[in-house]
Each structure stands twice: as C-alpha cells, then as structure tokens.
Ligand binder design. Structure first.
Ligand SMILES: *Cc1c(COP(=O)(O)O)cnc(C)c1O
Length: 461
C-alpha cells in the first residue's frame, strides 16, 4: 500500500514512512492511494469477531509491505490488551434509536488511547535498533496524557509534552505528570495553549534543530491514528446489523480526525447511513458543511475543551476528495486559506460531502440537557463531549438512517464539574486510575520562549 500527500508534491511513502513522517514535506497529509474493500461477507463474519480480530481484518491491507501478519497481530494485542473492558469499545443501548460506543476504556479515559496505544507500538517497532526520535507536542488536555502513556518507557523515544500552566484540569494534569518514566518530560508553559502550539511549531520550522533532534509528532494528522479509529466503526456496525442494515454515527468533533475515520470506513464499503458532525459553539465545521463557509473565528472556551478549535486539520483530507484528488488544486486552495483565513466550498462540493455528512452545532444548554436526559432516562453519566454528540443525534434523529451510535469520547470523571452541574451527580474515577491522587507529580516550568525550550530539550533528550 502506498500513501500520497494531499498536496501532491511530496514523494509517496509506504505505511512505515507515512507513520514516522506524520506531516508530508509539502505540508500535506498522507492518505492511502486507494481504499481497500470490506466485502459484505467479511463484514458478516465480523459480527462475532473480537475487537483484535476486527482490527486485524481492517488494518491488514493498509500496512501491507510494512508489517507481517504476525507483527500486526502482536502490535494489536499489545495496544488493546490492557483496556479496562473485555469488549475494548463496548456498545450501550440508550433507547430504541440511540446507542453509545464507549471509547474511553483505555489507560487515560479518552478515545485518543485507541489510536495512540497503537501508534506508540508502531513507533517502537519501526525504529531500528539504535535509532532515536524526540516527540514534541502541545496539549490542552487529552492528547498529552494519551501520548505519554503510549510511549512511556519505550527505548529510542523521548517525549516532551507542553501544557499551559494552570489551564488543564487537575485529572488531565496528573495523568501526564505522575507517569514516572525517564523518557517522559512534562513542561508547564507560562502562557496559553496557543502559546504552546506556537512554540512547537517554531521548533518544527527550525530545520537544523528538527534534524539534530529527529523531531516527530503524534497529533491527529498522523495517518496511523486514523487507521486505528476505522476499526471501531466496523466493530460497532457489524454488531448492529451491517452489512444488511445501515448504521449512523454522531461524532463529537474537533480536528475532524475521528469522524474522518468513519468516512474511511464508508469508503471501504461499511454501510454507514450518515455521519453527523457534532460541534460545540466553535462551529467552523458546521458552517462549512451547512453553508459552505470555512472561515476562522475566535476560539470560545467551553466545557468541551477538546473540541475548542478553529482550524480542523484533518478536514484537508476530505477536501482532497472534494477536489477530485487533485493535489495541485488543493495546494492552491490551502495556500489561499492560510493567507486569508477563509475558504468557500462550492455548491457541488457541499452536495458531494452532504451525501454522507450532516453537521449540527450544539451550545452549552443543549449539551447540559443531553447529559441530564441520559442520566434521568437511562441511568448513564456522560462526559460533556459525548453530551454534544448525543444532543446532535437526538436533534437530527429523523435524518439518520438505522440505529444511531453516538461516540462516547471521554469518561465522565475527566470532566467532573460540568457533569455535576448538569446532573447533580459527581462522577467517580474508575478504580484502576485512582492512584493518580497518590503519586508524586513531575514537571518543569518554562517561559513561553523557543530558545529556552530548545536548550531544555537538548539537555534532556
Ligand atoms: C480529541 C477529542 C475530541 C475531538 O476529536 P477529533 O478527532 O479532534 O475530531 C472529542 N472528544 C474528546 C473527549 C477528545 O479528546
């Protein structure tokens, strides 16, 4: 399998190359050159397959030439072996239409574990003996802990994770700072999340430093992360009647990574009715899909911080298909977007996207009502991100064919204040993570200064 850049200028890579590169050298994102097909017979057999078996079937054609069957099976077993639930991503019925797909049974209680547990193993596998990489990232919460948990203790990898001092929740901070491994370095930056991101960007733009340190990224532009996420769409749909019945999904969306994995599943032949893109009030994707207006505004902080974004980096992957897979045309569109902060989708592009995607914006009241409904009518405590997804799903149920699955992207105990405000119930942490409050925290405090950060990384990498 070959991977090509959405901007058409970077060389094609195999799965190993695309995984280690993350971003393509022309600024584009990697996509497989073709979509492998899941036949109806294969989907039928997956109805009784384990999560690991489904993962193997889905991923195998994408990793061809880079991993043997035995290697892929081992990596899958290691990635999903210590999830806190035997089903890995269990389905929960809410009422006659609505289901939840719980994606938060990994080590850090958010769906990012599903992708990053596998990515950590892939990095470990692909780095030949003696080869070293330095992962540098910025986090506003869930990505940081999931990435740290995925690479802690792995030879050849050192990770530096930046978070804005005092601006992540206590649970989120402790999930990063209590990991006691010599290759993990937490940095609390005196500044905002945007400052952290700008610092990381400036390091990646410093080519000599990038080469010296072998910098690598783990954000959701990495194709391998999306690949891992295709699996749970197939797993859920095959349990709810695919290939004989369509299934729809509502996806709490920020960077468009999770919902794009659903698009990949549909391209592979999974009978997805509709994919509902659920946004909070930071609604650039809802505006783009509903009105063709992809223009950047100001980020408004909400109770769903992992969806507080303006630019959704993975949207470029859908735009590639909407531009007829013409990398040069998309590169021109993206250059104009980067210069002006706006992009208009044509009527034809919007109609094409609308065959599969719907979009709904959910405000704080809608999110709180969904949390209250799930608690009082179904006895389920949801996290606020999942609440945005469920509110959207209930608002648009008439347009969603088949059973409707809302992706439950985080455990409610990660966001206890918002959950308690909506339901009056304080969610408790699962027993397997209660150690968080007993362990010592380790982090460095640094100013928002690129030179200070580089010196720190040189000293500790
Ligand atoms: C990251 C995240 C999201 C958004 O996912 P994208 O792939 O960025 O669209 C939603 N909910 C939670 C809890 C997250 O951590």
């Amino acid at each position: 399998m070959h991977y090509q850049s959405t901007r058409g200028q970077a060389p094609d890579l195999d799965f190993r190359g695309a995984t280690l590169a993350g971003l393509a050298t022309d600024g584009g994102l990697y996509l497989p050159a073709e979509w492998p097909r899941l036949s109806p017979q294969t989907i039928e057999t997956l109805a009784t397959a384990s999560y690991a078996e489904t993962a193997f079937t889905v991923m195998r054609p994408f990793v061809e030439g880079a991993l043997s069957d035995a290697e892929l099976k081992t990596l899958i077993a290691q990635a999903y072996g210590d999830f806190g639930h035997a089903a890995v991503t269990p389905l929960v019925e809410l009422d006659h239409r609505h289901w939840l797909l719980e994606l938060f049974h990994g080590p850090t209680l958010a769906f990012k574990d599903v992708a990053l547990q596998l990515l950590g193993g892939l990095f470990g596998h692909f780095l030949a003996d003696g080869e070293r990489i330095t992962i540098v990232g910025a986090t506003s919460g869930d990505t940081g802990s999931a990435a740290i948990e995925a690479v802690a203790g792995r030879p050849g990898i050192t990770i530096f994770m930046l978070h804005p001092q005092g601006r992540v929740s206590e649970v989120q901070r402790r999930q990063m700072t209590t990991v006691n491994a010599p290759n993990v370095h937490n940095i609390a930056v005196d500044g905002s999340f945007d400052d952290c991101q700008a610092l990381v960007k400036s390091l990646f733009n410093d080519q000599p430093f990038r080469a010296e340190m072998q910098l690598s990224a783990v954000n959701s532009i990495n194709w391998a992360r999306l690949l891992a996420q295709i699996v749970y769409y197939v797993h859920a749909a095959s349990r709810l009647g695919a290939p004989h019945r369509q299934v729809s999904f509502s996806v709490p969306t920020g960077n468009f990574g999770d919902v794009f994995a659903g698009y990949c599943a549909a391209r592979m032949g999974l009978p997805i009715g509709r994919l509902l893109v659920a946004t909070n009030v930071n609604d650039i994707l809802a505006r783009a899909l509903n009105a063709g207006d992809y223009s950047v505004g100001q980020v408004a902080p909400t109770a769903t911080p992992s969806m507080d974004i303006q630019v959704s980096s993975n949207f470029e992957r859908l735009l590639f298909d909407l531009h007829g897979r013409d990398g040069a045309a998309l590169a021109a569109t993206m250059a104009s977007f980067e210069a002006t902060g706006r992009m208009a989708l044509s009527e034809a592009q919007r109609a094409e996207a609308g065959k599969l995607f719907l979009a709904e914006r959910v405000d704080e009241t809608g999110m709180m009502q969904a949390l209250a409904w799930a608690n009082s009518e179904c006895g389920q405590l949801l996290d606020p991100h999942t609440g945005v997804g469920l509110a959207a799903a209930r608002a648009r149920a008439d347009e969603l064919p088949g059973p409707i699955v809302t992706l439950a992207t985080a455990h409610p105990a990660k966001f206890p204040e918002a959950v308690e405000r909506a339901t009056g119930v304080h969610p408790s942490l699962p027993r397997r993570v209660q150690h968080l409050f007993d362990r010592e925290e380790r982090f460095e405090r640094l100013p928002a200064d690129a030179e200070a950060l580089k010196a720190h990384i040189r000293k500790h990498a």
